[in-house]
Design a protein around this ligand. Sequence first.
Ligand code: BGC
Length: 364
Amino acid sequence: MQLKKILAVCVAVMFLVVMAGCGGGGSSSSSSGSSDHKGIKVGVSMPTKSLQRWNQDGANMEAKLKAEGYDVDLQFAENKIETQVSQIENMVTKGCKVIVVGAIDGGSLSSVLDEAKAAGCKVISYDRLIMNTDAVNYYATFDNYGVGKIQGQYIEEKLGLKEGKGPYNFEITTGPLDDNNVVFFFKGAMDVLQPYIDKGQLVIRSGQNTREQCATPNWDEAKAQERMDNILTTYYTDAKLDAVLCSNDSTSLGVQSALKSAGYSAGHMPIITGQDANLPNVKAIVNGEQSMSVFKDTRALADQVVKMVDAIVAGQEPEVNDTSSYNNGVKVVPSYLLQPQFVDKSNYKKLLIDSGYYKESDLQ
Ligand code: BGC
């Protein structure tokens, strides 16, 4: 089962690399791209290979940057902060002009980024904001508040909350406290759902309703499962759970496993949200185990970051579209926000298959 999952992810990633390479005339070496960028080193530091999305992000970035002629150093840090710090240090030493960082813990990179700044290197925060430093120059991400809002609105609509329906039993699973995105995911969803909790249309039997209580360290699927196992055995032996807000796809899979062990089955699951449209989750959507996910097209994010790199290298200001939302504790980081979209059984073919993000056979 695990092997099947990993193979499916590998096939999808290989496909994405080929796709990404097509547009720019090749993905293998600097000689295939713009000669203006020859010899310019760009570092790409990704948090982990253990989740599908970061493999895609890394592969997309590498292929697109290489197609532009850059010399790319792509590293994955396996969710270990010290590994990420030393990989970034290496990039600085090697003379990377720009470093793109998908942070593991946005608050732990201040001193290594000071080194980067001192060496004249520009830093782009990728997807997650790097906190408490002025050495981060730009931020490219999806509208993280919008992600949470889409999840909240999905639950609102599917349960008929606007029409006054309820009471429904509801629980929340979110991500780690050290990922700044979680603040936005949680707020976006709770701004929609809190009024229904206040009115008693949504009832949280566990009473766990804060970001701290609902956190999942490292976005770890097994930890999300363990927490939901406990909730189900403590509060739901005599009641049905109607909806679970899950901030992303890995936590959603953990919650689904807990529910299945407690006797829930495909077609009879609560409304369950997710984020990333990872392959196992899209399969779960098609099978009726997960209700929806939020699709963040990693190809578009990579395109935007490559544009930022090009502008920095050309000595220009990269395009941004938000200069107020993302304060990292030291400054507001100029950001480019892309728009996330909901995906469920009704539109996955159009969004994910027709757009070439996945092949129909990936979902077999
Ligand atoms: C990203 C999500 C992802 C999660 C776990 C978040 O920072 O925005 O897309 O699901 O990390 O990797």
